[in-house]
Design a protein around this ligand. Structure first.
Ligand code: MN3
Length: 259
């Protein structure tokens, strides 16, 4: 009898200790990123200053925490104040003395020498991020309205078809890339993608056109919030799309064409 009791008690203790250990282990895994550090790190977009140059940074049209949870505050702060700032400074350095510095950014991109990788990468990085900031807004998303809604229906059949096409194009990317909605040379909307910091305004683009939506698929754009779940970031992007601005960009493109 005594042996039996001892056996039962020790079994219960063993089970107890194992479950304690399991719990401890689980707690360690679930510890979130330190929020205290985020508070210290995050500043204000208006405090970011580029070096003097021909091209100015686009002002971020919302605070760093405005796009959460689609884009985490720390991601947006780092992206805008470090990555975008660096592209802008390096672009201004690379374009100086090329004879292109007084052109519009769209003209620079369509005319630049693709073998000049410093200029190509940084002019792309400068333009691409400017459009990415404008593609998004807090309380955005939903279905498009105005002209762009009708044109999406015309060229994709429906908004759902457009969304599926864009998501599929984004999901099949490998490595650092951008996904675009462009107005092509015939005025039709098309979804396309580019590698690195290239874009559809460059002469090497498979589908050339004027971009009106830009999605950054570099890891720095989503890794802190999503890690390996790139697909979740792509899906969440639709929750912050700025359809008002996208419609304006579409209308500006067609006006330019038929002017
Ligand atoms: Mn980026």
């Amino acid at each position: 009898m005594k042996t039996n009791n001892f056996f039962i008690v020790s079994t219960l203790l063993t089970v107890f200790f194992i479950s304690c250990n399991k719990k401890k282990y689980t707690e360690v895994v679930e510890v979130p990123l330190p929020t205290a550090q985020e508070k210290i790190t995050i500043g204000f977009p208006e405090d970011v200053r580029a070096d003097p140059g021909s091209f100015l940074m686009d002002k971020l049209p919302y605070p760093y925490d405005a796009l959460a949870p689609t884009v985490s505050p720390l991601t947006l702060e780092t992206h805008y104040s470090k990555h975008y700032l660096t592209y802008t400074n390096n672009f201004n350095k690379a374009v100086a003395g090329t004879g292109l510095e007084n052109l519009s950014i769209e003209e620079v991109l369509s005319q630049l020498d693709l073998n000049n990788t410093e200029l190509r990468n940084n002019a792309g990085g400068y333009y691409n991020h400017g459009l990415y900031w404008k593609s998004m807004t807090p309380n955005g998303g939903g279905k498009p309205t105005d002209t762009i809604a009708a044109v999406i229906d015309r060229d994709f059949g429906s908004f759902e078809n457009f969304k599926n096409t864009f998501t599929a194009e984004a999901s099949r990317q490998f490595g650092s890339a951008w996904v675009w909605l462009v107005v092509d040379k015939s005025g039709k909307l098309q979804v396309t993608s580019t590698q690195n910091q290239d874009n559809p305004l460059m002469r090497n683009a498979t589908i050339q056109g004027t971009p009106i939506i830009a999605l950054d698929l570099w890891e720095h754009a989503y890794y802190l919030g999503y890690q390996y779940r790139r697909r979740s970031y792509i899906e969440s992007f639709f929750n912050v799309l700025n359809w008002k601005k996208i419609n304006e960009a579409y209308e500006a493109t067609t006006r330019k064409k038929y002017r």
